[in-house]
Write a protein that binds this ligand. Structure first.
Ligand code: SF4
Length: 449
Protein backbone atom coordinates (compact mmCIF):
# COMPACT_ATOMS: atom_id res chain seq x y z
CA UNK A 1 0.00 0.00 0.00
CA UNK A 2 1.00 3.62 -0.42
CA UNK A 3 0.65 5.53 2.82
CA UNK A 4 1.02 9.24 3.44
CA UNK A 5 1.98 10.32 6.98
CA UNK A 6 1.27 13.98 7.69
CA UNK A 7 2.13 16.42 10.44
CA UNK A 8 -0.14 19.40 9.65
CA UNK A 9 0.66 23.03 10.24
CA UNK A 10 0.09 24.51 13.71
CA UNK A 11 -1.06 27.84 12.33
CA UNK A 12 -1.67 29.53 8.99
CA UNK A 13 -0.14 32.81 10.08
CA UNK A 14 3.43 33.91 10.66
CA UNK A 15 2.60 33.92 14.36
CA UNK A 16 4.29 30.69 15.20
CA UNK A 17 7.75 29.42 16.01
CA UNK A 18 8.78 28.05 12.64
CA UNK A 19 12.43 28.69 12.01
CA UNK A 20 12.99 28.96 15.79
CA UNK A 21 11.73 25.71 17.26
CA UNK A 22 10.80 22.79 14.98
CA UNK A 23 10.17 19.34 16.40
CA UNK A 24 11.31 16.22 14.60
CA UNK A 25 8.26 14.03 13.92
CA UNK A 26 9.58 10.89 15.59
CA UNK A 27 6.15 9.29 15.87
CA UNK A 28 5.73 9.51 12.09
CA UNK A 29 9.26 8.17 11.65
CA UNK A 30 8.49 5.22 13.96
CA UNK A 31 5.29 4.50 12.07
CA UNK A 32 7.24 4.75 8.83
CA UNK A 33 9.75 2.16 10.12
CA UNK A 34 6.92 -0.23 11.04
CA UNK A 35 5.08 0.15 7.73
CA UNK A 36 8.23 -0.14 5.62
CA UNK A 37 9.27 -3.31 7.44
CA UNK A 38 6.04 -4.81 6.07
CA UNK A 39 6.94 -3.60 2.54
CA UNK A 40 4.51 -0.70 2.33
CA UNK A 41 5.50 2.54 0.61
CA UNK A 42 5.59 5.50 2.94
CA UNK A 43 5.76 9.24 2.31
CA UNK A 44 6.16 11.68 5.20
CA UNK A 45 5.04 15.27 4.88
CA UNK A 46 5.76 17.74 7.66
CA UNK A 47 4.23 21.19 7.29
CA UNK A 48 6.88 22.63 9.62
CA UNK A 49 9.52 22.23 6.95
CA UNK A 50 7.69 22.14 3.59
CA UNK A 51 5.22 24.52 2.07
CA UNK A 52 3.11 22.80 -0.54
CA UNK A 53 -0.61 22.53 0.12
CA UNK A 54 -2.19 19.27 1.22
CA UNK A 55 -4.14 19.25 -2.05
CA UNK A 56 -0.86 19.26 -4.00
CA UNK A 57 0.76 16.61 -1.83
CA UNK A 58 -2.22 14.31 -1.97
CA UNK A 59 -2.48 14.63 -5.75
CA UNK A 60 1.13 13.45 -6.25
CA UNK A 61 0.33 9.78 -5.81
CA UNK A 62 -2.62 7.42 -5.45
CA UNK A 63 -2.38 6.96 -1.70
CA UNK A 64 -4.33 4.09 -0.15
CA UNK A 65 -4.22 5.57 3.32
CA UNK A 66 -3.32 8.80 5.11
CA UNK A 67 -2.42 9.26 8.78
CA UNK A 68 -2.38 12.58 10.62
CA UNK A 69 -0.79 13.39 13.94
CA UNK A 70 -1.07 16.58 15.91
CA UNK A 71 -1.98 18.50 19.01
CA UNK A 72 -5.22 20.28 19.85
CA UNK A 73 -4.23 23.38 17.87
CA UNK A 74 -3.97 21.16 14.76
CA UNK A 75 -7.44 19.61 15.09
CA UNK A 76 -9.03 21.84 12.43
CA UNK A 77 -6.31 21.02 9.91
CA UNK A 78 -6.40 17.27 10.57
CA UNK A 79 -10.18 17.18 10.10
CA UNK A 80 -10.05 19.44 7.06
CA UNK A 81 -7.50 17.14 5.40
CA UNK A 82 -9.54 14.02 6.22
CA UNK A 83 -12.62 15.67 4.65
CA UNK A 84 -10.65 16.67 1.56
CA UNK A 85 -9.21 13.15 1.23
CA UNK A 86 -12.65 11.52 1.37
CA UNK A 87 -14.01 14.11 -1.04
CA UNK A 88 -11.46 13.39 -3.77
CA UNK A 89 -10.88 9.69 -3.07
CA UNK A 90 -13.52 8.06 -0.86
CA UNK A 91 -11.68 4.73 -0.83
CA UNK A 92 -8.58 6.21 0.82
CA UNK A 93 -8.38 5.23 4.51
CA UNK A 94 -8.13 8.22 6.88
CA UNK A 95 -6.50 7.85 10.30
CA UNK A 96 -5.68 10.25 13.13
CA UNK A 97 -3.35 9.67 16.07
CA UNK A 98 -1.04 11.67 18.31
CA UNK A 99 -1.36 13.65 21.53
CA UNK A 100 -4.72 15.27 20.80
CA UNK A 101 -6.30 11.99 19.68
CA UNK A 102 -5.18 10.16 22.83
CA UNK A 103 -7.48 12.24 25.05
CA UNK A 104 -9.90 13.96 22.69
CA UNK A 105 -10.89 11.17 20.32
CA UNK A 106 -14.59 12.04 20.64
CA UNK A 107 -13.94 15.39 18.96
CA UNK A 108 -12.44 13.55 15.99
CA UNK A 109 -15.30 11.07 15.49
CA UNK A 110 -16.44 12.46 12.13
CA UNK A 111 -17.73 10.92 8.91
CA UNK A 112 -14.48 11.67 7.07
CA UNK A 113 -12.36 9.89 9.68
CA UNK A 114 -12.04 6.09 9.57
CA UNK A 115 -9.79 5.29 12.55
CA UNK A 116 -8.55 7.14 15.62
CA UNK A 117 -5.58 5.78 17.56
CA UNK A 118 -5.65 6.61 21.25
CA UNK A 119 -2.33 5.15 22.35
CA UNK A 120 1.31 4.69 21.36
CA UNK A 121 1.01 1.19 19.90
CA UNK A 122 1.83 2.20 16.33
CA UNK A 123 1.73 -1.45 15.25
CA UNK A 124 -2.07 -1.10 15.30
CA UNK A 125 -1.81 1.13 12.21
CA UNK A 126 -0.20 -1.71 10.30
CA UNK A 127 -2.73 -4.19 11.69
CA UNK A 128 -5.64 -2.01 10.56
CA UNK A 129 -4.19 -1.65 7.05
CA UNK A 130 -3.65 -5.42 6.86
CA UNK A 131 -7.24 -6.11 7.88
CA UNK A 132 -6.56 -7.68 11.29
CA UNK A 133 -9.47 -8.12 13.68
CA UNK A 134 -10.07 -4.64 15.01
CA UNK A 135 -12.38 -5.82 17.77
CA UNK A 136 -9.37 -7.38 19.49
CA UNK A 137 -7.27 -4.22 19.35
CA UNK A 138 -6.93 -1.81 22.25
CA UNK A 139 -6.60 1.98 22.02
CA UNK A 140 -8.54 2.45 18.80
CA UNK A 141 -11.86 4.03 17.75
CA UNK A 142 -13.63 2.89 14.58
CA UNK A 143 -17.09 2.71 13.04
CA UNK A 144 -19.30 -0.38 13.05
CA UNK A 145 -21.36 -1.47 10.04
CA UNK A 146 -24.08 1.05 10.94
CA UNK A 147 -21.60 3.90 11.16
CA UNK A 148 -21.65 4.13 14.98
CA UNK A 149 -18.34 4.84 16.63
CA UNK A 150 -16.87 2.06 18.75
CA UNK A 151 -14.23 3.09 21.29
CA UNK A 152 -12.01 0.19 22.30
CA UNK A 153 -10.43 0.69 25.75
CA UNK A 154 -7.05 2.36 25.99
CA UNK A 155 -4.10 0.31 27.13
CA UNK A 156 -0.60 1.39 28.11
CA UNK A 157 2.10 0.42 25.61
CA UNK A 158 5.62 -0.62 26.54
CA UNK A 159 7.94 1.87 24.85
CA UNK A 160 10.62 -0.85 24.59
CA UNK A 161 8.54 -2.56 21.89
CA UNK A 162 8.75 0.37 19.47
CA UNK A 163 11.33 0.26 16.67
CA UNK A 164 13.79 3.09 16.23
CA UNK A 165 12.49 5.90 14.03
CA UNK A 166 13.53 5.85 10.38
CA UNK A 167 15.24 9.27 10.25
CA UNK A 168 15.54 9.50 6.46
CA UNK A 169 13.15 12.47 6.40
CA UNK A 170 15.05 14.21 9.19
CA UNK A 171 18.36 13.85 7.36
CA UNK A 172 16.75 15.13 4.15
CA UNK A 173 16.06 18.43 5.94
CA UNK A 174 19.40 19.47 7.42
CA UNK A 175 18.40 23.12 7.68
CA UNK A 176 15.41 22.40 9.90
CA UNK A 177 14.42 20.91 13.25
CA UNK A 178 16.33 23.41 15.33
CA UNK A 179 15.86 24.29 18.97
CA UNK A 180 16.72 27.99 19.08
CA UNK A 181 20.38 28.26 18.07
CA UNK A 182 20.94 24.49 18.19
CA UNK A 183 20.56 23.46 14.57
CA UNK A 184 19.19 20.17 13.27
CA UNK A 185 18.42 18.67 16.68
CA UNK A 186 17.31 15.03 16.55
CA UNK A 187 14.56 14.00 18.93
CA UNK A 188 15.23 10.99 21.13
CA UNK A 189 12.53 9.63 23.39
CA UNK A 190 13.47 7.54 26.41
CA UNK A 191 10.03 7.38 28.05
CA UNK A 192 6.31 7.88 27.56
CA UNK A 193 4.19 9.99 29.91
CA UNK A 194 5.17 11.43 33.30
CA UNK A 195 4.65 10.07 36.83
CA UNK A 196 3.76 13.50 38.29
CA UNK A 197 0.23 14.86 38.16
CA UNK A 198 0.38 18.63 37.86
CA UNK A 199 -3.23 19.76 37.58
CA UNK A 200 -2.89 21.82 34.39
CA UNK A 201 -0.89 19.22 32.45
CA UNK A 202 -2.16 16.50 30.15
CA UNK A 203 1.20 14.86 29.45
CA UNK A 204 0.82 12.56 32.46
CA UNK A 205 -2.42 11.21 30.93
CA UNK A 206 -0.67 9.99 27.79
CA UNK A 207 -0.07 6.27 27.27
CA UNK A 208 -3.23 5.57 29.33
CA UNK A 209 -1.57 7.48 32.18
CA UNK A 210 1.31 5.00 32.47
CA UNK A 211 4.96 5.97 32.68
CA UNK A 212 7.01 3.63 30.50
CA UNK A 213 10.79 3.74 30.03
CA UNK A 214 13.43 2.38 27.69
CA UNK A 215 16.68 0.87 28.84
CA UNK A 216 19.02 3.83 29.05
CA UNK A 217 21.84 1.89 27.31
CA UNK A 218 19.54 1.43 24.30
CA UNK A 219 18.88 5.15 24.33
CA UNK A 220 22.63 5.83 24.25
CA UNK A 221 23.03 3.25 21.44
CA UNK A 222 20.47 5.23 19.46
CA UNK A 223 22.22 8.54 20.16
CA UNK A 224 25.57 7.07 19.08
CA UNK A 225 24.11 6.26 15.66
CA UNK A 226 22.56 9.68 15.05
CA UNK A 227 24.48 11.78 12.56
CA UNK A 228 23.90 15.19 14.01
CA UNK A 229 25.47 17.17 16.82
CA UNK A 230 22.37 18.19 18.73
CA UNK A 231 20.04 15.84 20.59
CA UNK A 232 16.67 16.83 22.03
CA UNK A 233 15.74 14.34 24.75
CA UNK A 234 12.01 14.86 24.47
CA UNK A 235 10.82 12.96 27.57
CA UNK A 236 8.36 15.00 29.62
CA UNK A 237 10.88 14.74 32.44
CA UNK A 238 14.30 13.31 31.59
CA UNK A 239 15.80 14.26 34.99
CA UNK A 240 13.62 11.97 37.06
CA UNK A 241 15.53 8.92 38.21
CA UNK A 242 19.02 9.66 39.57
CA UNK A 243 20.40 6.19 38.75
CA UNK A 244 19.12 6.38 35.23
CA UNK A 245 20.64 9.81 34.65
CA UNK A 246 23.95 8.62 36.17
CA UNK A 247 23.97 5.64 33.79
CA UNK A 248 23.27 8.00 30.92
CA UNK A 249 26.29 10.13 31.85
CA UNK A 250 28.55 7.07 32.29
CA UNK A 251 27.51 5.54 28.96
CA UNK A 252 27.96 8.81 27.04
CA UNK A 253 31.42 9.23 28.59
CA UNK A 254 32.41 5.60 28.06
CA UNK A 255 31.60 5.81 24.36
CA UNK A 256 33.16 9.26 24.05
CA UNK A 257 30.04 10.70 22.40
CA UNK A 258 30.41 14.42 21.80
CA UNK A 259 27.06 16.10 21.36
CA UNK A 260 24.92 18.87 22.83
CA UNK A 261 21.71 17.98 24.66
CA UNK A 262 18.38 19.59 25.38
CA UNK A 263 16.11 18.02 27.98
CA UNK A 264 13.20 18.69 30.31
CA UNK A 265 13.77 18.51 34.04
CA UNK A 266 12.19 19.62 37.29
CA UNK A 267 13.77 22.21 39.55
CA UNK A 268 13.61 19.94 42.64
CA UNK A 269 15.89 17.40 40.90
CA UNK A 270 18.34 20.09 39.76
CA UNK A 271 18.39 21.72 43.23
CA UNK A 272 19.23 18.37 44.84
CA UNK A 273 21.67 16.91 42.30
CA UNK A 274 24.35 19.55 41.82
CA UNK A 275 27.16 17.06 41.10
CA UNK A 276 25.06 15.19 38.59
CA UNK A 277 24.13 18.46 36.88
CA UNK A 278 27.84 19.22 36.63
CA UNK A 279 28.41 15.79 35.05
CA UNK A 280 25.56 16.49 32.61
CA UNK A 281 27.11 19.84 31.76
CA UNK A 282 30.43 18.09 31.11
CA UNK A 283 28.90 15.64 28.64
CA UNK A 284 27.15 18.46 26.76
CA UNK A 285 23.86 19.43 28.46
CA UNK A 286 23.18 22.80 26.87
CA UNK A 287 19.50 23.59 27.53
CA UNK A 288 17.39 22.34 30.40
CA UNK A 289 13.72 23.20 30.05
CA UNK A 290 12.17 23.68 33.47
CA UNK A 291 8.49 24.23 34.28
CA UNK A 292 8.93 26.89 36.96
CA UNK A 293 5.20 27.69 36.52
CA UNK A 294 5.08 30.45 39.13
CA UNK A 295 7.25 32.19 41.70
CA UNK A 296 4.89 31.70 44.64
CA UNK A 297 4.49 28.56 46.73
CA UNK A 298 0.70 28.89 47.06
CA UNK A 299 0.37 28.90 43.24
CA UNK A 300 2.68 25.88 42.91
CA UNK A 301 0.51 24.07 45.46
CA UNK A 302 -2.61 24.98 43.53
CA UNK A 303 -1.04 23.40 40.44
CA UNK A 304 -0.13 20.24 42.47
CA UNK A 305 3.43 20.82 41.36
CA UNK A 306 4.90 19.19 44.50
CA UNK A 307 7.70 21.71 44.30
CA UNK A 308 8.74 25.02 45.85
CA UNK A 309 9.78 28.47 44.75
CA UNK A 310 12.96 27.89 46.72
CA UNK A 311 13.83 24.93 44.48
CA UNK A 312 13.10 27.04 41.40
CA UNK A 313 15.49 29.72 42.60
CA UNK A 314 18.17 27.24 43.68
CA UNK A 315 17.96 25.33 40.38
CA UNK A 316 18.41 28.55 38.43
CA UNK A 317 21.45 29.51 40.54
CA UNK A 318 22.98 26.09 39.89
CA UNK A 319 22.35 26.24 36.14
CA UNK A 320 23.75 29.76 35.93
CA UNK A 321 26.84 28.76 37.92
CA UNK A 322 27.43 25.68 35.74
CA UNK A 323 26.77 27.47 32.46
CA UNK A 324 23.73 25.34 31.59
CA UNK A 325 21.08 27.40 29.83
CA UNK A 326 17.84 27.12 31.76
CA UNK A 327 14.68 27.79 29.78
CA UNK A 328 12.30 28.80 32.57
CA UNK A 329 8.68 28.22 31.65
CA UNK A 330 5.88 30.09 33.44
CA UNK A 331 2.11 29.71 33.44
CA UNK A 332 0.27 33.03 33.52
CA UNK A 333 -2.80 32.45 35.68
CA UNK A 334 -6.31 33.56 34.78
CA UNK A 335 -6.36 35.50 38.06
CA UNK A 336 -3.31 37.56 37.13
CA UNK A 337 -3.37 41.32 37.68
CA UNK A 338 -0.82 43.93 36.66
CA UNK A 339 1.44 43.21 39.66
CA UNK A 340 1.55 39.47 38.84
CA UNK A 341 2.85 40.11 35.32
CA UNK A 342 5.37 42.59 36.77
CA UNK A 343 6.42 40.07 39.40
CA UNK A 344 7.36 37.48 36.78
CA UNK A 345 9.55 39.99 34.95
CA UNK A 346 11.19 41.25 38.15
CA UNK A 347 11.95 37.71 39.27
CA UNK A 348 13.59 36.83 35.93
CA UNK A 349 15.68 39.98 36.10
CA UNK A 350 16.67 39.60 39.73
CA UNK A 351 17.64 35.94 39.43
CA UNK A 352 19.21 36.26 35.98
CA UNK A 353 16.90 33.95 34.09
CA UNK A 354 17.90 34.71 30.52
CA UNK A 355 15.65 32.29 28.62
CA UNK A 356 12.00 32.69 29.52
CA UNK A 357 8.84 31.17 28.05
CA UNK A 358 5.42 32.29 29.24
CA UNK A 359 2.16 30.44 28.50
CA UNK A 360 -1.31 31.72 29.17
CA UNK A 361 -3.19 29.23 31.33
CA UNK A 362 -5.12 27.04 28.90
CA UNK A 363 -7.37 24.28 30.26
CA UNK A 364 -6.61 21.07 28.42
CA UNK A 365 -9.67 19.65 26.69
CA UNK A 366 -8.93 16.08 27.67
CA UNK A 367 -8.71 16.65 31.43
CA UNK A 368 -11.64 16.19 33.80
CA UNK A 369 -10.92 19.69 35.18
CA UNK A 370 -11.85 21.11 31.77
CA UNK A 371 -15.52 21.07 32.85
CA UNK A 372 -14.75 23.79 35.44
CA UNK A 373 -13.89 26.18 32.64
CA UNK A 374 -16.38 25.21 29.97
CA UNK A 375 -18.92 27.92 30.73
CA UNK A 376 -16.21 30.61 30.86
CA UNK A 377 -14.63 29.86 27.48
CA UNK A 378 -14.30 32.84 25.18
CA UNK A 379 -13.47 30.72 22.14
CA UNK A 380 -14.18 27.16 21.09
CA UNK A 381 -11.77 27.18 18.18
CA UNK A 382 -9.15 24.47 18.88
CA UNK A 383 -6.59 26.45 16.86
CA UNK A 384 -6.51 28.83 19.83
CA UNK A 385 -5.19 26.11 22.16
CA UNK A 386 -1.60 27.22 21.54
CA UNK A 387 -0.94 28.74 25.00
CA UNK A 388 -0.47 32.16 23.40
CA UNK A 389 -4.21 32.73 23.37
CA UNK A 390 -6.62 33.57 26.16
CA UNK A 391 -9.30 30.91 25.78
CA UNK A 392 -11.01 31.45 29.16
CA UNK A 393 -12.25 34.75 30.57
CA UNK A 394 -9.73 36.07 33.11
CA UNK A 395 -11.12 36.45 36.61
CA UNK A 396 -9.73 39.83 37.66
CA UNK A 397 -9.02 41.74 34.45
CA UNK A 398 -10.95 42.32 31.25
CA UNK A 399 -9.70 40.35 28.24
CA UNK A 400 -8.34 43.57 26.78
CA UNK A 401 -6.45 44.52 29.93
CA UNK A 402 -5.10 40.98 30.32
CA UNK A 403 -3.68 41.03 26.80
CA UNK A 404 -2.28 44.50 27.46
CA UNK A 405 -0.23 43.29 30.44
CA UNK A 406 0.64 40.04 28.70
CA UNK A 407 2.11 41.83 25.67
CA UNK A 408 3.79 44.37 27.90
CA UNK A 409 5.51 41.46 29.66
CA UNK A 410 6.52 39.89 26.32
CA UNK A 411 7.95 43.19 25.08
CA UNK A 412 9.93 43.64 28.30
CA UNK A 413 11.23 40.07 28.12
CA UNK A 414 12.20 40.46 24.46
CA UNK A 415 13.97 43.76 25.12
CA UNK A 416 15.79 42.15 28.04
CA UNK A 417 16.78 39.21 25.80
CA UNK A 418 17.93 41.64 23.10
CA UNK A 419 20.08 43.56 25.59
CA UNK A 420 21.58 40.29 26.79
CA UNK A 421 22.08 39.02 23.23
CA UNK A 422 20.15 35.83 24.00
CA UNK A 423 18.25 35.34 20.77
CA UNK A 424 20.50 37.11 18.28
CA UNK A 425 19.36 34.73 15.52
CA UNK A 426 15.78 36.05 15.83
CA UNK A 427 14.05 38.84 13.97
CA UNK A 428 13.51 40.83 17.19
CA UNK A 429 11.88 43.72 15.35
CA UNK A 430 9.17 41.53 13.82
CA UNK A 431 8.21 40.08 17.20
CA UNK A 432 8.40 43.36 19.10
CA UNK A 433 6.32 45.19 16.46
CA UNK A 434 3.76 42.38 16.58
CA UNK A 435 3.58 42.59 20.37
CA UNK A 436 3.25 46.40 20.29
CA UNK A 437 0.39 46.12 17.81
CA UNK A 438 -1.32 43.59 20.07
CA UNK A 439 -0.70 45.74 23.13
CA UNK A 440 -2.38 48.71 21.43
CA UNK A 441 -5.36 46.73 20.17
CA UNK A 442 -5.63 44.79 23.44
CA UNK A 443 -6.16 41.48 21.69
CA UNK A 444 -4.18 38.61 20.36
CA UNK A 445 -2.67 39.64 17.04
CA UNK A 446 -2.87 37.19 14.19
CA UNK A 447 -2.63 37.96 10.54
CA UNK A 448 -5.81 36.02 9.88
CA UNK A 449 -7.88 37.69 12.66
S1 SF4 B 1 4.07 19.68 34.19
FE1 SF4 B 1 5.88 18.39 33.88
S2 SF4 B 1 6.17 17.35 35.86
FE2 SF4 B 1 4.06 18.12 35.83
S3 SF4 B 1 2.84 16.42 35.05
FE3 SF4 B 1 3.37 17.72 33.30
S4 SF4 B 1 5.20 16.83 32.43
FE4 SF4 B 1 4.96 16.00 34.50
Amino acid sequence: MKILLVHPETSRTRYDFLGIIENECIDLECISAILQSANHFVTIYDFQVENESYKTIFSKDTYDAVYFTGRTMQENFMLEYCAYTKHVRPSCITMIGGLHAQLNYKRLEKDAVDYIFTGYNHFHILEVLEGKNIEEMDSICYKDASGNWIENPKKAFDIKKLPLPDRTYFYEHPNHYQYLELKHAAWVRASFSCPYSCSFCHRNKMNAGTYSTRDIKDVVDEIAQIQTENIYLCDDDFLLDKNRVQTFVQEIKKRNIKKKYICYGRSDFIAKEIDLMEDLRDIGLYYVLVGLEDIRDDKLQKYHKLNTQNNNQRALEICNALGIHMMGMFVLGLDFEKQDFDMIYDWCKKHRLRHVAVSIFTPEMGLSSFKEYEDQLITDNPSHWDYLYLVVKPTKLSVRKYYFYYYKLLIKLFLKAKREGVYDFLDYNYFIQTFIKSLITGKRYKEDD
